[in-house]
Design a binder for this molecule. Structure first.
Ligand SMILES: [Zn+2]
Length: 289
């Protein structure tokens, strides 16, 4: 658990050790790059023996001012997914929330930074053959630009996003139909302390959350930054909906954290899951709690 001003933050882990080739994050990465940063990254974030990047799959549970906010509720339980390491997983997320004393009825807000399969899964669950909202008392916050874009999956307008097939229809549309969704733009503020800011690039309307409380802050960065490698090498190319915007968003969030001394809390950093960012000589450095 992390205390940030008057707020508590807890990661809710769905998958503890996901592994991908580093080229997934930085397309021109070399073995020499990994070795150069081995002291910072190995073994927790990079397996030097296999050359793989190691990631976590988690949601963030925030408790502040008597409200509970769940950020990016992961992949979901036994979903048919086009991404092999997410396909038909047994997800412990809901059980873990319950064990934390945060059952589904107690969640006030669900904020999805974007509408990829691993950030919206537990928005819904299967009941009598239908997907229904998992958190019946929550307002769900979806980026308006994301909703407009991914809705194309249902109308046939979407092309080249097969890895996300079925996700809008199962995990987003049922929430909208139930009247629990708010389509939001950058600048939206909830619970008196969480402001949603533009961080587009990874996806068309990606939002980050900035939580400020009692002089402290944390940036819930979603997938604007996936892996610590991207803090160390933020300029390098990364496959994204819009690479130039993704790079600009990544740098803006890193600088925001460095300038304000705020925590950076992305969706896929392994334990301790969040860090401070220091700027030295034009480079960024990670500092763990
Ligand atoms: Zn993700």
């Amino acid at each position: 658990m992390m205390q940030v001003g008057g707020a508590t933050l807890r990661p809710v882990i769905e998958i503890e050790d996901l592994r991908t080739p580093p080229q997934f994050f930085i397309s021109d990465i070399t073995a020499a790059d990994l070795l150069e940063h081995a002291a910072v990254l190995s073994p927790r974030f990079v397996d030097l023996a296999t050359g793989e990047c190691r990631l976590s799959q988690h949601a963030w549970l925030i408790e502040v001012g008597g409200k509970r906010i769940l950020v990016d509720p992961c992949v979901g339980h036994r979903r048919h997914r086009a991404v092999p390491f997410y396909h038909m997983i047994d997800s412990p997320l809901l059980d873990r929330l319950e064990a934390m004393g945060a059952g589904p009825e107690s969640i006030d807000y669900v904020f999805c930074t974007h509408l990829h399969l691993d950030h919206v899964g537990w928005n819904t669950r299967l009941r009598d053959g239908r997907y229904v909202p998992t958190f019946p008392n929550a307002r769900y916050l979806f980026s308006r630009a994301e909703e407009r874009y991914w809705r194309g999956e249902m109308t046939g307008a979407l092309r080249g996003e097969e890895f996300n097939a079925g996700v809008f229809a199962e995990c987003v549309e049922p929430v909208i139909t139930a009247g629990l969704a708010d389509l939001v733009d950058p600048g939206t503020r909830i619970a008196d302390c969480l402001t949603l800011i533009d961080s587009a690039g990874h996806t068309i309307g990606h939002l980050a959350g900035v939580l400020e409380s009692a002089g402290e802050g944390v940036v819930l960065a979603g997938d604007a930054i996936h892996h610590p490698l991207q803090v160390l090498l933020p300029d390098r190319p990364f496959h994204a909906h819009d690479e130039a915007r993704a790079r600009a968003s990544r740098l803006r969030l890193l600088d925001l954290c460095a300038e304000r001394d705020w925590w950076l809390a992305p969706a896929h950093f392994r334990a301790p899951h969040l860090c401070k960012v220091r700027r030295e000589g034009g480079r960024h450095r990670l500092e763990w709690p």
